[in-house]
Design a protein. Structure first.
Length: 279
């Protein structure tokens, strides 16, 4: 009466009844997965397509072919909360072959939460990082890979430039900026600084006068080159006034990041992701 032990037969030599064993051996087909015996239905079941979502099963070569996708995943800073504790949210998504892995490649003075997700998902995966010691710098860098093997390194720069006491200008240089991070988002304080300046790779120069609470987006793509780039930010105005600047690959998801939340932040600096002031 048992299906999964095979066919019974009489063994005259041993004076016993033998079973032929599992009737559900490998059927030789790669793309239907692994075979197993189902006693409940008296049938041989297959586990199904062994490939990840987005991959194509090739029966001739017995391999899972990666999808035809050359577009890397999206990864951008989508929210900032000055706290305490200071918290950021990074949105990751791949609408083509789907996300495969999110790795933390740099993490200093912060904790990070990456929610579980199924490889190949096209849904948004929201990564949250929280500063540990509010008086010290914090850094976060993510490496995001899709099923096709495309990778995005997510390391935007978020900084508040504040004019020091007794001075009328402040500047800060950032090195190792990838080519795609060519958008400079500016949120002036109130009354804020008088002027913002940007120098890219010592040759590309950009600048503008700012009004209180003025927001601007500066595209410096024409001055960026493949590999690492150097960007120097400067601000001029009265002592104590500030401007918030985000260097990134653009505003993701069609929504602007509220940089005005940085108005109350008084500490922190970094290289990959800069949470705080530059005096």
């Amino acid at each position: 009466g048992e299906f999964c032990n095979g066919t019974e037969s009489c063994n005259e030599d041993t004076d016993a009844c033998d079973s032929s064993g599992d009737p559900c051996g490998d059927d030789g087909e790669f793309c239907n997965g692994t075979e197993s015996c189902n006693e409940g239905t008296d049938a041989c079941d297959s586990s199904g397509d062994p490939c990840l979502p987005g991959e194509t099963c090739d029966e001739d070569t017995d391999v899972c072919e990666p999808p035809d996708d050359e577009t890397p995943p999206e990864c951008f800073l989508s929210n900032f909360d000055p706290g305490p504790p200071m918290t950021i949210e990074v949105t990751t998504q791949d609408v083509d072959s789907g996300l495969d892995d999110i790795l933390v490649t740099v993490l200093e003075n912060a904790t990070v939460d990456i929610p579980p997700f199924a490889p190949g998902t096209n849904d948004v995966v929201l990564v949250t990082a929280e500063k540990v010691d509010q008086s010290l710098p914090a850094q976060l860098e993510l490496s995001v890979t899709d099923v096709a093997g495309n990778k995005t390194v997510c390391d935007p720069v978020l900084v508040r430039l504040r004019i020091p006491r007794g001075r009328s200008r402040v500047s800060q240089t950032f090195r190792g900026i990838p080519q795609q991070e060519s958008f400079i988002s500016v949120q002036n304080g109130s009354p804020g600084v008088h002027r913002i300046g940007v120098v890219v790779n010592r040759s590309g120069r950009y600048g503008m006068d700012l009004l209180p609470d003025q927001e601007e987006l500066i595209d410096v793509a024409e001055s960026m080159h493949p590999g690492d780039n150097t960007i120097t930010l400067s601000a001029s105005g009265f002592p104590g006034e500030w401007v918030v600047v985000l260097i990134s690959d653009g505003v993701g998801g069609g929504e602007e990041l509220d940089l005005s939340a940085l108005s109350g932040v008084d500490a922190g600096k970094g290289v990959s992701l800069d949470w705080g002031d530059r005096d």
